[in-house]
Design a protein. Structure first.
Length: 168
C-alpha cells in the first residue's frame, strides 16, 4: 500500500534530512585528518632517559612544546615589529623543556638533533631562546647521552658556564 502524500507533506518529511545534510557539508573543511604519536620512537626513548636523569631533582620533562607558549616578543616590539618578531618563532616547537616540578619555571631547553636539522636554523633558534633567557642543550640523536652525562651537562648550564651547549 503506497503512501499517498501531498508535495507539501513530502517536503516536510525531507526538510530534516536536507538540513542535516547541509549542516554536515557546511561544517566539513574538506580535509581528512589522522592522529600521530607525539614523539618518534627515538625521541620517546630519550624522553624516558631525561625523566630518569632528573626525577630525583624535582624536574619535569615536557615534550614538544610550542615556542609561543613560553616566548613572546620583547617589551620594545610593537605593531608590525611585534608581529614580525613573533613570526620568527610562532610555528616552531622545542623537543623538550626541563622545568621545576613545583612552579614549571623553565630550567633548560633540550634539543635532539638528527639529519633533518640545519646548523643555520638551529643557530637562529638558539639566538631566540638565549635572548629570552633560556639555555639550550643540544644532543645528536645518534650519540645520545646517558643519565650521568645529562646531569653533568645540565649542571654546567645551570652554573652559567654556557648558554648553549652543543654536546656533539
Amino acid at each position: 500500500m503506497p503512501l499517498d502524500l501531498s508535495p507539501q507533506q513530502l517536503a516536510l518529511l525531507a526538510l530534516p534530512l536536507l538540513l542535516l545534510l547541509a549542516y554536515w557539508l557546511l561544517r566539513s573543511d574538506g580535509y581528512s585528518y589522522a592522529g600521530k604519536p607525539i614523539l618518534t620512537d627515538n625521541e620517546l626513548g630519550f624522553y624516558h632517559t631525561l625523566c630518569a636523569a632528573f626525577a630525583d631533582d624535582g624536574i619535569v620533562v615536557l615534550p614538544q612544546v610550542a615556542m609561543n607558549a613560553f616566548i613572546k616578543p620583547g617589551p620594545g616590539e610593537t605593531g608590525k615589529r611585534y608581529a614580525a618578531a613573533r613570526a620568527t618563532f610562532a610555528q616552531k616547537h622545542v623537543d623538550f623543556l626541563l622545568c621545576a616540578a613545583d612552579t614549571l619555571e623553565i630550567i633548560a631547553i633540550v634539543e635532539l638533533d638528527d639529519r633533518t636539522h640545519s646548523l643555520e636554523r638551529d643557530l637562529a633558534r638558539d639566538a631566540i631562546t638565549r635572548s629570552a633567557g633560556y639555555p639550550t642543550l643540544r644532543f645528536h640523536s645518534r650519540r645520545k647521552p646517558d643519565i650521568e652525562e645529562l646531569r653533568e651537562c645540565l649542571d654546567e648550564v645551570c652554573r652559567g658556564k654556557v648558554r648553549t651547549l652543543r654536546a656533539y
